[in-house]
Design a protein around this ligand. Sequence first.
Ligand code: UTP
Length: 294
Amino acid sequence: MTKRIRKAVFPVAGLGTRFLPATKAQPKEMLPIIDKPLIQFAVEEALAAGITHLILVIGRTKRAIADHFDANPELDLLLRSKGRSDMADYLANIVPKGACTIYLRQAEALGLGHAVACAAPLVDPDEHFAVLLADDLMDGERPILAQMVDSWADNPRSLLAVEEVAADAVSSYGIVDCEAPEPGASLPIRGIVEKPSPEDAPSRLAVVGRYILDGAIMEKLQNTAPGRGGEIQLTDAILQLSHEKQVDAFRFRGRRYDCGSKIGYIEATLDFSVRHPEIGTEARRLIARACKDQ
Ligand code: UTP
């Protein structure tokens, strides 16, 4: 096995029902935080971790994602003619030379596990690959996937990014059975359960949308029956994998915004706007005014 992770899978074929009507005809992952779509944050995080093969599992309404990462010659010409070559260069290099995008269709939204399994023909059983859920926006001094790849390079194994959540929030996540690792460190999991009730939760460590997985997960996924919610659950396949191979919970250093929920999306928008170089000062003033007016 090479000591490098080259491939990342981005499952972006969910229906995004919590953001309807905004997501009726456009993907949730194209929702912007100020001026950058969520999927671009995730792609940049993967590139910063050394990923070169960006595998996007798209669904019916997701053509905008492929368009976003494609060249747009008319726009390029227009920007250059208006003296905005810096923006034209920026857009042309979102996916730099040396990296490539590969698009697969998930014909039906049968669950996150099913979406990851769509990439099975592109992943060798003996290679590790990354999975990034773009609706989890991650923010760390060192990008979160790069932290995980650093840890993996020292000891190649499957890694699940985890964070501690409130007791009443465990039923929204996959929860690992594991002691709490120190920030920046990992510990092997004993088990994992999807959306447990607070009484049944083995811990308060929730799996968030960054994974490094052993390619053997693909075979597990293909043999995973629909689980909670009638969906093929990645969590169920990870549990199977953990019976045979080491799977660690990795406690990342940084912050996660759950942009699949309205309130997490607003939180990210507020935090990113107040530190935005162009609009930060004005954003602070507007936020203070909005609070005062209530
Ligand atoms: P979510 O659980 O957030 O589901 O998926 P969703 O459909 O996107 O959104 P809601 O709950 O209806 O609002 C977590 C991740 O898994 C992907 C989603 O795109 C998201 O990145 N996913 C989910 C798929 O790619 N395919 C699926 O069948 C389900």
